[in-house]
Design a protein around this ligand. Structure first.
Ligand SMILES: CC(C)(COP(=O)(O)OP(=O)(O)OC[C@H]1O[C@@H](n2cnc3c(N)ncnc32)[C@H](O)[C@@H]1OP(=O)(O)O)[C@@H](O)C(=O)NCCC(=O)NCCS
Length: 185
């Protein structure tokens, strides 16, 4: 199956080998790298390894994000460190192409993935860690119902300065309450 989910703005599908050059190129975007804490150069070997890791769906389910209209690859999203006995997973969502940020692509992608996570994978808890310097990121997760549960104090280092890492989570009950509200509205 190529397209896994389709929304109004985005299509989510599994990663193909042909995606690697564009993804590697996008992953060089300096401001987004800074906001998500990427510090090492993106190498071809690293991309190949990433591709191989994405073929295994046991504890990771990864997808690329396409702009539905143009089918341009604009980012990536996925669950990682999935642990089915505890029904937990970490979540990631990055719109590497900055031209697509701030237009609802992130929100739609997150809704598709959270729906899948809670209602198909049967997750109970989804967590995310965001550098505190990424104020938009923190606001974004809050807008989706994620709550802050603590901070790794000075757990993040960027541009010569230590800052906090904000740990956030969303439980299935919170998610179902919110999606019920959306459907009722
Ligand atoms: C963070 C990110 C995923 C958000 O996706 P997006 O498509 O840009 O955001 P959306 O347009 O869907 O906005 C959804 C909500 O997030 C919040 N938000 C988005 N941009 C914001 C900003 N600049 N300031 C404050 N809140 C913001 C708002 O609540 C917004 O809802 P609204 O439009 O109804 O006000 C995206 O910008 C991104 O990939 N950024 C770089 C990587 C990153 O930070 N990833 C996540 C952190 S690990």
């Amino acid at each position: 199956m190529s397209v896994f989910f389709e929304g109004k703005k985005v299509r989510l599908r599994s990663i193909k080998k042909e995606d690697l050059p564009r993804l590697q190129n996008l992953m060089g975007e300096p401001e987004t790298r800074r906001l998500v804490g990427e510090v090492f150069p993106v190498t071809e070997g690293g991309m190949e390894k990433f591709y191989q890791d994405c073929q295994e769906t046991k504890d990771r389910i990864w997808m690329v994000i396409e702009d539905r209209e143009t089918q341009r690859l604009v980012g990536e999203t996925g669950f990682l460190r999935i642990f089915y006995p505890w029904r937990t997973a970490d979540f990631s969502l990055i719109l590497w192409d900055r031209r697509y940020q701030g237009q609802g692509y992130g929100r739609e992608t997150a809704h598709l993935m959270l729906e899948y996570g809670f209602n198909t994978l049967n997750l109970h808890r989804v967590a995310i860690g965001v550098p505190a310097i990424n104020k938009r990121g923190v606001a974004f997760w809050k807008s989706l119902g994620f709550r802050e549960e603590g901070r790794q104090i000075e757990g993040f280092f960027s541009d010569g300065v230590f800052s906090d890492f904000v740990m956030m989570f969303l439980l299935e009950g919170d998610y179902r309450g919110r999606s019920g509200e959306r459907q009722g509205s």
